[in-house]
Write a protein that binds this ligand. Structure first.
Ligand SMILES: [Fe+2]
Ligand SMILES: [Fe+2]
Length: 323
């Protein structure tokens, strides 16, 4: 049988474990052609996997004849991982751990649903809480948050809010993989570190044209400070550096335009503006401030942010339980 006659089945990338030996060959679809990417027994590798996730690659392909072998492999690994995690824990944590492994699938299911509703949003918010409560206990997040609190507690609150909201919005946009969510969480926690370093106390979003140089320089300063603590993925630096870039090219520091801005940086930018509006209107009843912030986000379509986030992100903010 020639290659063109073979049929292939799609496997959602988020379901594939990048560090385990593959049970079959896998293929990528490039220009309508299936190209063998890895062989049976090879691994994809975390770095390559992260790269694919960030580029928005939906899935990989397996020969249709071998799809059952592949799906069994996915299920076995999932069960194995759950059992491994549960070995040393009590029975009542089983549910939590199982739900953690289900995040990816839930997010994809949600993403495939054409409309968000209260039930879906409630479930997603629970997933966010689960994810955040785990990731904030990691040593690096813990240290960073503690350092921010000592320097400027308002900024620390803002960073934590932006991080939580960014994870929620990323999930709403269909990003379910642990690595991608961790990167966006860290990027958001660190996004304004340069402000603390420069002793800036302004929290608000402001307007780039009328800003002090120190203010305009805070994304680069944040990156400079963090570069010293090596080992963070490039995606995290990109998020920090680009969180004030705007879709229309009028942002700073680089004046990037349209698709040149990293998608995760745009998500953090939405969360950042949203939290700034809440802060600026903190004297108002929460509900009213929340509505004002949603209005501001709606007005930013195609000015600050890509139209692909609309109306989904706005719907998600409207439906979210206000925190
Ligand atoms: Fe900022
Ligand atoms: Fe900020």
């Amino acid at each position: 049988m020639s290659d063109t006659e073979k049929s292939y089945s799609l496997v959602i990338l988020a379901k594939v474990n990048p560090e385990r030996e593959l049970p079959t060959d896998i293929y990528l679809k490039i220009d309508q052609k299936y190209i063998r990417f890895r062989g049976q027994g090879d691994v994809i590798g975390a770095e390559k996997f992260d790269d694919f996730m960030q580029k928005g690659l939906e899935g990989i392909y397996v020969l249709a004849d071998e799809i059952m072998i592949f799906l069994d492999w996915i299920t076995n690994i999932r069960d194995e991982e759950i059992n491994e995690t549960l070995k040393e824990s009590s029975d009542d944590t089983r549910e939590i751990v199982t739900s953690m492994y289900d995040v990816k699938e839930k997010v994809y299911e949600t993403f495939l649903n054409s409309e968000l509703n209260e039930e879906v949003v409630e479930e997603l918010q629970e997933q966010v809480n689960d994810f955040v409560s785990k990731v904030k206990e990691q040593p690096f997040s813990k240290q960073t948050i503690a350092a921010l609190i000592t320097r400027n507690s308002t900024l620390a609150d803002h960073s934590v809010n932006v991080a939580n909201l960014s994870v929620y919005l990323a999930m709403v946009m269909g990003h379910g993989h642990q690595l991608v969510l961790e990167n966006i969480y860290l990027g958001a926690i660190l996004h304004d570190l340069g402000k603390a370093k420069a002793g800036l106390t302004e929290i608000g979003s402001g307007d780039g044209r009328f800003m002090s140089q120190a203010m305009q320089g805070h994304p680069e300063l944040s990156v400079k400070v963090i570069r010293k603590s090596k080992g963070l993925p490039d995606a995290v630096y990109k998020i920090i550096l680009q969180h004030h870039e705007q879709f229309n090219g009028f942002g700073y520091p680089a004046g990037l335009h349209g698709d040149d801005i990293y998608e995760m940086a745009q998500i953090v930018s939405i969360a950042n503006v949203f939290d700034n509006i809440l802060y600026e209107n903190r004297q108002l009843p929460r509900k009213q401030a929340w509505e004002l912030a949603i209005k501001k986000i709606e007005l930013g379509k195609e000015r600050y942010w890509h139209s692909k986030f609309f109306p989904r992100v706005v719907d998600a903010l409207k439906l979210a339980k206000q925190i």
